[in-house]
Design a binder for this molecule. Structure first.
Ligand SMILES: [Zn+2]
Length: 64
């Protein structure tokens, strides 16, 4: 599970976004930035976002 805080890319936003994979996460982030912030998602912005991705510890949702 990967997470990103939108505010690490777009200052002032507290939205946290989660996804299973980095690719999926970047996709969701682009979507959020486009719709919520009405910003153009440039390769540079995506690059910045990629640098802010964290691995989320799988908390207590552990059923195998
Ligand atoms: Zn945001």
């Amino acid at each position: 599970m990967k997470t990103i805080i939108c505010g690490d890319v777009v200052p002032g936003c507290h939205t946290m976004i989660r996804a299973e994979t980095e690719a999926d996460l970047l996709h969701k982030v682009s979507d959020h930035i486009r719709t919520a912030h009405q910003l153009n998602v440039t390769p540079k912005l995506l690059e910045k976002a990629r640098g802010q991705i964290r691995d989320a510890a799988p908390s207590d949702a552990g059923s195998q």
